[in-house]
Every structure is written in C-alpha cells, then in structure tokens.
Design a protein around this ligand. Structure first.
Ligand code: SF4
Length: 234
C-alpha cells in the first residue's frame, strides 16, 4: 500500500475528513482489508463499549411486473408477460408473520413499477401490515416508487409521500437513489427527486450503494453525499 494511501486511511480512522480526490483514490486503489480495518477503527472509536448491533429484516418483493426495464435487471417482467406476478395482500401478510416468528423487526417491501398498482394498493398493504404487526417497522420503497406512484395515480411527490406515511410507512429505503449512470438505470431521474422531497417532509431516506460494478465511475460514489440524511445514515 502506498504511503499516500496509508496516510489517508490513518487520518480517516483517527476521525479526520477525507477529500473527494482522496475518496476516489481509496475507491479505485485501496486494498479491501485495509479499508475494513480503517472502518473497524472508526466503529471502535465511536462506540467505545465495542458493541455492534444489527436487526432482522425481511425483504418482500410484491411484484415483478415493471415498466422501467433497467438494463441490469433479470427480475422484472413487462406488463402482460406470462411470467409476471403480483402477490396478494394475504401472501404478503403471511410472509410478514413468518418473519416476525423468526425475530424480524423490519420489513422492506420492494418490487417492480407495475402500472396496475396505484397509491391505494400501497396504502392498503401498509395499513394491513401495521394493523396485523404493529411491532414491524416499514422501511420500504424508495425514490423511484414515489415517482412511479405519482405518475400512475396522478399525484405530486409530496402527496405520495404524505399518503404513504399516513398509511404506515416509517422510512424510505435507498433503492432508486443509488448513484449510477443514467445509461445503467433508467429511473435515475428519480434519484434525487423523491428523496429530496422525502427529506423536506422530515422523512428518513437514504441512498444506498446497492449495486456494485455496473458501469460506475468513481465520481458517482461521491454523489451519496447529496442524498444523505445525516442523523440516520451510518
Ligand atoms: S425498477 Fe426495479 S424491477 Fe424494474 S427493471 Fe428496474 S431494477 Fe428491475
């Protein structure tokens, strides 16, 4: 490892800030184990009792029907495709119950952008889950769903977010706000839009770096900063 890289990692581990150029250097050249050790040093410094926590969360994909057709996606089926499916509310609730029995405290509902699912469908399933499993946190959907629901239900983003929250959504997940090139992800236009509106409404929303290696360049990674909600993003 170069001296420059060692210096950057040591400064970050000691609580110092790194510049965008240094972040790019780490992204493109840092050995994985060295990055992991620096991250672990930060965790130990910030949480001196050396306790690392986790939650049990279940992802439930409610439909594979999608009009967006991202180039990397092998999951979706176009509307009217013979292999398209959408789970019933009963099936989604069954999966929630299964998760609760295994100790889950959070559900992440994620699925395709189905033209058949308007805001009422999401309101119904969120309120059904909350009625049956009030102990579950609903950390679900994301910027791209907000934009899609707005289109299918003829609502602006703020109205979509307000109604989803009223139905039981606790926080937005990050899908659709991942920093990617537009060529990789057609719903990139939703990246900032939905999350910025969500944050204006005081919602917890984050942009995760969920899909690695898909035509990213290093600079895209730095875009995460634009989407962060600092108090909740580790
Ligand atoms: S929006 Fe989601 S389900 Fe639809 S094509 Fe893109 S990644 Fe696949």
């Amino acid at each position: 490892m170069s001296e420059a890289m060692h210096y950057v990692l040591a400064r970050a581990a000691d609580g110092g800030r790194i510049t965008p150029d240094e972040a790019l250097l780490l992204y493109t050249e840092a050995p994985l184990h060295a990055l992991g050790m620096a991250a672990d040093a930060v965790r130990r410094r910030r949480f001196s009792d050396n306790v690392a926590t986790y939650i049990i969360d279940r992802n439930i994909n409610y439909t594979n029907v999608c009009v967006t057709a991202c180039k990397f996606c092998a999951f979706y089926r176009a509307p009217n495709h013979a292999e398209g499916w959408t789970h019933s509310n009963a099936e989604i609730l069954r999966r929630c119950g299964e998760a609760v029995e295994l100790g889950a405290t959070q559900i992440m509902l994620q699925g395709g952008h189905s033209p058949e699912l308007g805001i009422e469908w999401y309101e119904q399933i969120f309120s059904d889950i909350k009625a049956n499993y009030p102990q579950l946190t609903l950390h679900s959907l994301g910027a791209s769903e907000v934009v899609h629901i707005g289109r299918t239900s003829n609502l602006d983003h703020a109205e979509v977010i307000t109604r989803l929250k009223a139905a039981g959504l606790d926080s937005f997940a990050g899908a659709g706000a991942d920093p990617r090139r537009p060529a990789t992800h057609r719903h990139c236009s939703a990246q900032g839009t939905g999350h910025r509106v969500a944050q204006r409404h005081g919602d917890r929303a984050r942009a995760r770096h969920g899909i690695h290696g898909h035509l990213h360049d290093g600079h895209r990674r730095d875009q995460r900063r634009a989407h962060r909600t600092p108090p909740h993003d580790p």
